[in-house]
Write a protein that binds this ligand. Structure first.
Ligand code: FES
Length: 158
């Protein structure tokens, strides 16, 4: 099992405020997690007026079999962002885990926080519910599902 760690080589966030590790950002209901945005991916991205936030474009995502982390990192009524794998795992109810793409369907930014039971994209502030449905645009469609499995307290990409 690979636990999230903070690398000293990770880039500094571009905006002020507290930061969490680049690999995992966690927020429970009512608790804001303001984290560093995942690093930019490969080519194919376009620059927009996103306030310097990262866009991931066609960056690679975690592959099947990738261990994301322990279920204890995913709060009930909230979720965790596994930035390296570009996956969000939520736990709307105790013991129910939902895997979602961390890539916003609007213009491809990586979502950066989960607060008040909503997944937030930093680029244009689209908000998604814990099942990935659009709560507030400009995104027009939900976050793509990502299949995850849970066994022995560990979450793995299926
Ligand atoms: S990329 Fe525009 S809201 Fe996410």
């Amino acid at each position: 099992m690979t636990l999230p760690t903070t690398s000293s080589a990770e880039p500094a966030p571009r905006s002020g405020g507290p930061t969490l590790g680049r690999r995992t950002m966690i927020a429970g209901a009512g608790v804001a997690a303001i984290g560093a945005v995942a690093a930019c991916g490969g080519g194919g991205s376009t620059t927009t007026d996103n306030g310097g936030q990262a866009q991931t474009g066609d960056a690679p995502q975690g592959s099947p079999g990738t261990v994301l982390g322990p279920t204890s990192e995913v709060p009930v009524g909230g979720g965790a962002i596994f930035a390296d794998a570009q996956v969000v795992v939520t736990q709307p109810q105790q013991g129910t885990f939902t895997g979602l793409s961390a890539i916003c369907p609007h213009q491809g930014c990586a979502v950066s926080q989960i607060t008040d039971g909503q997944i937030v994209c930093p680029c244009h502030n689209s908000r998604f519910s814990l099942d990935g449905a659009v709560v507030d645009g400009p995104a027009q469609r939900p976050l793509d599902p990502r299949q995850v499995t849970v066994a022995d307290g560990s979450i793995t990409l299926a």
